[in-house]
Design a protein. Structure first.
Length: 181
C-alpha cells in the first residue's frame, strides 16, 4: 500500500532514465519493420503468437502489444509503429492461416449490420419520410410504418388522466418572463 509513488515523484528522477525518454534506435519504418519481422521469425515467438491467438486474443491486440513493447524499449517511435502495424498484422494473419488456427482479426466490418441495426435504420428512414410529409402539410403514409413495427399499434388510446396537472411556470433567477423568446 505504501509502495506507490508519491505524486510528482517522476519529476524528481533524473531525466532520460527510461528507454522511451531517449532518442529511438530505429528511425525509419523500414528498419523497424525488419527488426520486428526478424523477431517474428523466431520459432518461440511464432509459437507464442499462435498460442495467444488460440486463447482468443485478437490479431489487433497482439500487434498493438508487440509494437507497444518496441516503443517502450526505445526501438522506434509511436509514429513508426502506426506505419508498420498493417504489415505486421498481415504477417501474423498469414502465420495463423498456415497453422490452420481459428482466430479473430479484431477488425470491425462496417459494411456488416446486424438484423437489429438494419431494422432500426429502416424504421429511422421511414420516420424521416413521415416527418418530411408532415412538414410539407401532406397526409403521412403510416401504412409503411405499421408494417415495419407489427407489435406496436399506432391507434392505441392514451390513458386518461383523472386530473389535469397545472402547468408549472419557471421560477428563479434565470427564468424567462412568459411571452419573451
Amino acid at each position: 500500500m505504501f509502495d506507490a509513488p508519491i505524486p510528482g515523484q517522476s519529476l524528481t528522477n533524473e531525466p532520460k532514465n527510461y528507454p522511451w525518454e531517449n532518442p529511438t534506435r530505429l528511425n525509419s519504418p523500414e528498419d523497424a519493420l525488419v527488426f520486428h519481422m526478424e523477431r517474428l521469425e523466431e520459432p518461440r515467438r511464432i509459437k507464442a503468437a499462435l498460442d495467444f491467438l488460440q486463447m482468443d486474443m485478437t490479431v489487433v491486440t497482439l500487434v498493438e502489444g508487440i509494437l507497444r513493447s518496441g516503443v517502450a524499449n526505445g526501438e522506434h517511435s509511436i509514429d513508426v509503429s502506426m506505419l508498420i502495424a498493417p504489415v505486421i498484422h498481415e504477417h501474423i494473419v498469414s502465420l495463423a492461416k498456415v497453422a490452420r488456427i481459428d482466430f479473430d482479426e479484431g477488425l470491425e466490418d462496417e459494411d456488416e449490420m446486424s438484423d437489429e441495426d438494419s431494422k432500426y435504420a429502416i424504421r429511422t428512414m421511414k420516420a424521416r419520410k413521415i416527418l418530411k410529409q408532415i412538414k410539407r402539410d401532406e397526409e403521412p403514409e403510416l401504412d409503411d410504418l405499421e408494417a415495419s413495427m407489427p407489435d406496436v399499434s399506432l391507434q392505441e388510446e392514451e390513458p386518461k388522466m383523472a386530473k389535469q396537472m397545472p402547468e408549472e411556470k419557471p421560477a428563479g433567477l434565470m427564468a424567462r418572463p412568459q411571452g419573451v423568446m
